[in-house]
Design a protein around this ligand. Structure first.
Ligand SMILES: [Zn+2]
Length: 119
């Protein structure tokens, strides 16, 4: 009888742990930010879970797309297109750098983790 009660407690413990992990690990759960800087100056800050497309700059432009909890530079008129080729970023500390335009897109405050699997 005693053993049964322990099993029940263990099951509840596992469930609680699973729920906590799900909260921590689900993509976009922590609501990260996409921070855009040009020449070291912050020019924009957008919520990762808000879908949007922003064009940064005019003559020298980068098109930043945010969708599904990740961000990418999908278009730019820089010479090397390294920023475009970097692809999608979604985890804390990940960056897209456009050297010709001195542009840096950086993820801040995202929990991330599972997105690596979804790529
Ligand atoms: Zn570029």
């Amino acid at each position: 009888m005693k053993g049964h009660r322990n099993d029940w407690l263990l099951a509840v413990g596992v469930l609680v742990l699973a729920a906590a992990l799900w909260f921590l690990l689900r993509p976009g759960g922590e609501g990260g930010w996409v921070v855009v800087t040009v020449d070291g100056t912050e020019v924009g800050r957008y919520a990762l879970e808000e879908e949007r497309t922003v064009t940064i700059g005019e003559e020298d432009y980068n098109v930043l797309e945010i969708t599904g909890g990740r961000a990418a530079v999908t278009e730019a008129n820089c010479g090397d297109h390294t920023c475009v080729h970097t692809g999608w970023i979604s985890r804390e500390g990940e960056t897209i750098v456009c050297l010709p335009h001195r542009l840096v897109v950086r993820i801040e405050g995202a929990s991330g983790g599972l997105d690596a699997v979804a790529r």
